[in-house]
Design a protein. Structure first.
Lengths: 116, 111
């Protein structure tokens, strides 16, 4: 099946610093990738949709200047949390949509961000 | 407005005790309904996609079915390793291509 990786799996940073999370589709090309955020015992909330070669589309209430998304190639999307604060601590998960008409999305293993 | 409701919130089964999880949905034109399995601290693992009412798909002890209003995930003779949160998501023809998730059913299978 389609494999999506994320790096790092865990990161701890100090308040005010920036953190970059990478999402890669390992065995397929993904023109569209998605970034989600998940709080404990809650479901996934879509933050933004990332299309290769164009600007990301952010969901209502998500600060585009705080959560910078870059989709520079068909296999890599990055999420940078800028000037992180403790309330940004969360589980961030990316997904990639397989090409063609199946509309299937495959998820990465997630990144646990803790801001101290 | 798109809506996905999963029930029950939590389910405890004895090993071998078959049951079903429910996903009721309201969407303006269903493009696809997706089932995922999520283990604690990990990303969702893709299980099935269903596209039209009457469609069924199977994988090992799991079988997913779809009607115009709901989907069921049937678990036959579950094992402890089936313990996880099962997520249902819908994708609509209109608007963005994203998935809209339910809150999940947390399944625990007791040996």
């Amino acid at each position: 099946g389609a494999v999506v990786s994320q790096h790092p799996s865990r990161v701890i940073c100090k308040s005010g610093t920036s953190v970059k999370i990478e999402c890669r589709s390992l065995d397929f090309q993904a023109t569209t990738m998605f970034w989600y955020r998940q709080f404990p015992k809650q479901s996934l909330m879509l933050m933004a949709t990332s299309n290769e070669g164009s600007k990301a589309t952010y969901e209502q209430g998500v600060e585009k200047d705080k959560f910078l998304i870059n989709h520079a190639s068909l296999t890599l999307s990055t999420l940078t949390v800028t000037s992180a604060h403790p309330e940004d601590s969360s589980f961030y998960i990316c997904s990639a949509r397989t090409p063609g008409q199946s509309y299937e999305q495959y998820f990465g293993p997630g990144t646990r961000l803790t801001v101290t | 407005e798109d809506q996905v409701t999963q029930s029950p919130e939590a389910l405890r089964l004895q090993e071998g005790e078959s049951s079903s999880l429910n996903c009721s949905y309201t969407v303006s034109g269903l493009r696809g309904l997706f089932w995922y399995r999520q283990d604690p601290g990990k990303g969702p693992e893709f299980l099935f996609t269903l596209y039209s009412a009457g469609e069924e798909k199977e994988k090992e002890r799991l079988k997913a079915t779809l009607t115009k209003k709901e989907s069921f995930l049937h678990i036959t003779a579950p094992k402890p390793e089936d313990s996880a949160t099962y997520l249902c998501a819908v994708q609509a023809w209109t608007g963005a291509n994203n998935l809209f998730f339910g809150t999940g059913t947390r399944l625990t299978v007791i040996p």
